[in-house]
Design a protein around this ligand. Structure first.
Ligand code: NAD
Length: 454
C-alpha cells in the first residue's frame, strides 16, 4: 500500500492536496506498463500518432485555465506566467505533432547497392523533472519522446506533482492508449534512482541540479543508458556602456526575478561596463522597486513566493555573502515563503554570490572594463546555459556571442526559450538539446540499412 505525500501551497504554507507516494514497486509497475504499450505505440502509423498529439494539444488548450491555476498554486508562480507556461506545453505538443511524418533519414550511395538510414524510437524513456517549471519541462521531453514512438515514465518533483498527475488523465481523455504515459510521484532517492538503474528503461531525460545530474550520469553507466542532462546555470547578462541602458535595466529584473529567481536560465550575474554602472544602477532601482510580489492568483502579481521554507533559507544564506545589498524590493509578510527581490553591487567575481547558482531572487552586479574583460568574466564559471548581450554595436554583439561558452544567447533581449529553437547547456550545465528539431535526435537511434543490388 503506497504512503501519502502531502503537497504544500508555497504562498500560504497550507496543505493543497494529498497524493499517493510511489516506491520502487510502483516504478517497476509503471515501467512494465510502458514496456507493454511500446510495440503498439511505435507501430502506429505516423499520421495516427500525429493526430493523437494534435488532440492532446487541443485538450491542453481547453483545460489551460484549470492547469494554470493548479500550477500557480502548487509552484507559487504568478497566474499570468502559469497561463503562458501551459500555453507553451500545448504549443510543444502541436510542434512535435508535425514530427512523426518528418522523421527523415538519408540515402547514401555505396558500392554494390544502396544504403539508407531510418530513425527508430528508443523504447521506454524515463523523464525526471524539477519543481520550478513542472509541466513545461515535462512537456519539452514528452513532446519529442512520444512523437518519435517512445513510451514514457514521468517522475515529477515531489513538491509539485499535481499538473503531471492531471496531465496523465488528460492524455487518456485525448485518446492516447493506456500505458503510453505513466506518472510516478515519489522521492528522487528511491523512485528516481530506480528509474536510473532499471534495465527496461532505455534513456533518462533529466532536468535538475548539476549535483543530481552527475549521479544520474554515473548510475546510467551500468546499463549504458542514454542520458540527456539539463542542469544548473549562473548566466551572464552583459551590458555595454553603448547599450540602450533604459531597455537593459527595464528587462534585467525579470530576467533574474522571474519565477522568483528559480529559473535555470536566470541572468543572475549582471555584468555592467564600469563607466555605465552608476547610470545603470539608478535605472535598475526603479525597475526592481516596481516589481509586484504577491498572491500568485492575483492577476497583477509578477513574482510569487519561493518553493519551500528550506529553499528560502538557502537563498537567504547568500545575503551573508561578502557583497553589499544595493537594492531591495518588497515582499509580503508570512505565511508563505516570501523573499524580496535583491540586487548586490559591486560583487567580487570570486565571491560565492558570483559563482554559485542561488536559484532565488538575488542578482549580482559585477563591473567590467572592456570587451575582453566581459568575455573573460562571463566564461569564468562551471556553467554555460544562457546569457544576454546588450550593445548597439552589432559587430561586437556577434564577436561576444561567438566567444561565450553558452548554449542559448540573446542579443538586446533576455528571452531564452522558444518551442522551435534548441535549448541546452555547455560545460556543467549539461548535455543534449531540448526543443526544436534537435530534440528528436535525443529520443531516436539511427539505423543504417544496406540493400544489395548486385
Ligand atoms: P533536483 O536535482 O534536486 O531534482 C530534480 C529531480 O530529480 C526531482 O524530480 C528529484 O526528485 C529527482 N532526483 C533527486 N535525486 C535523484 C536521484 N538520486 N536519482 C534520480 N532522480 C533524483 O533539482 P530541483 O531542486 O528540483 O531543481 C532545481 C535545479 O534544476 C536547479 O539547479 C536548476 O538550475 C535546475 N534546472 C535546470 C533546467 C535546465 O533546463 N537546464 C531547468 C530547470 C531547472
Amino acid at each position: 500500500m503506497a504512503q501519502a505525500l502531502t503537497v504544500i501551497e508555497p504562498a500560504t504554507e497550507a496543505v493543497l492536496d494529498t497524493v499517493e507516494r510511489a516506491g520502487v514497486a510502483e516504478v517497476d509497475e509503471a515501467v512494465a506498463r510502458a514496456r507493454a504499450a511500446f510495440p503498439a505505440w511505435r507501430g502506429l502509423s505516423p499520421g495516427s500518432r500525429a493526430e493523437l498529439l494534435h488532440a492532446l494539444a487541443d485538450a491542453l488548450t481547453e483545460r489551460r485555465e484549470e492547469l494554470a491555476v493548479l500550477e500557480a498554486r502548487n509552484a507559487g508562480k504568478p497566474i499570468a506566467d502559469a497561463r503562458g507556461e501551459i500555453g507553451m506545453v500545448a504549443a510543444t505538443f502541436r510542434y512535435y505533432a508535425g514530427a512523426p511524418e518528418r522523421l527523415l533519414g538519408h540515402t547514401i550511395p555505396v558500392a554494390g547497392g544502396q544504403a539508407f538510414t531510418i530513425r527508430e524510437p528508443l523504447g521506454v524513456v524515463g523523464l525526471i523533472v524539477p519543481w520550478n517549471f513542472p509541466l513545461t519541462i515535462a512537456g519539452w521531453k514528452l513532446g519529442p519522446a512520444l512523437a518519435a514512438g517512445n513510451t514514457v515514465v514521468l517522475k515529477p518533483a515531489e513538491l509539485t506533482p499535481l499538473t503531471a498527475l492531471r496531465f496523465s488523465e488528460i492524455a487518456l481523455e485525448a485518446g492516447l492508449p493506456e500505458g503510453v504515459v505513466n506518472v510516478v510521484v515519489g522521492p528522487g532517492s528511491t523512485c528516481g534512482a530506480r528509474m536510473v538503474e532499471h534495465p527496461d528503461i532505455a534513456k533518462i531525460a533529466f532536468t535538475g541540479s548539476t549535483e543530481v545530474g552527475r549521479s544520474i550520469a554515473a548510475g546510467a553507466a551500468a546499463t549504458i543508458k542514454r542520458v540527456t542532462l539539463e542542469l544548473g546555470g549562473k548566466s551572464p547578462n552583459i551590458v555595454f556602456a553603448d547599450a540602450d541602458l533604459a531597455a537593459a535595466a527595464d528587462s534585467a529584473p525579470l530576467a533574474v526575478f522571474g519565477n522568483a529567481g528559480q529559473d535555470c536560465c536566470a541572468r543572475s550575474r549582471i555584468l555592467v561596463q564600469s563607466s555605465a554602472v552608476d547610470r545603470f544602477m539608478a535605472l535598475l532601482e526603479d525597475s526592481v522597486e516596481s516589481i509586484r510580489v504577491g498572491d500568485p492568483l492575483d492577476e497583477s502579481s509578477q513574482m510569487g513566493p519561493l518553493i519551500s521554507a528550506g529553499h528560502r533559507e538557502t537563498v537567504a544564506s547568500f545575503l551573508d555573502a561578502d557583497a553589499p545589498v544595493a537594492i531591495r524590493g518588497s515582499a509580503p509578510e508570512g505565511p508563505g515563503y516570501w523573499f524580496a527581490p535583491t540586487v548586490l553591487c559591486p560583487v567580487d567575481p570570486g565571491s560565492r554570490a558570483a559563482r554559485e547558482e542561488i536559484f532565488g531572487p538575488i542578482a549580482a552586479v559585477i563591473p567590467f572594463r572592456d570587451e575582453e574583460d566581459a568575455v573573460r568574466l562571463a566564461n569564468d564559471t562551471i556553467y554555460g546555459l544562457s546569457g544576454s548581450i546588450w550593445t548597439r554595436d552589432g559587430a561586437r554583439a556577434l564577436r561576444v556571442a561567438r566567444a561565450l561558452d553558452t548554449g542559448v544567447l540573446s542579443i538586446n533581449s533576455n528571452t531564452s526559450v522558444r518551442v522551435s529553437t534548441p535549448f541546452g547547456g555547455f560545460k556543467q550545465s549539461g548535455y543534449g538539446r531540448e526543443l526544436g528539431p534537435d530534440a528528436l535526435d535525443a529520443y531516436t537511434e539511427v539505423k543504417s540499412i544496406y540493400y544489395a543490388t548486385t
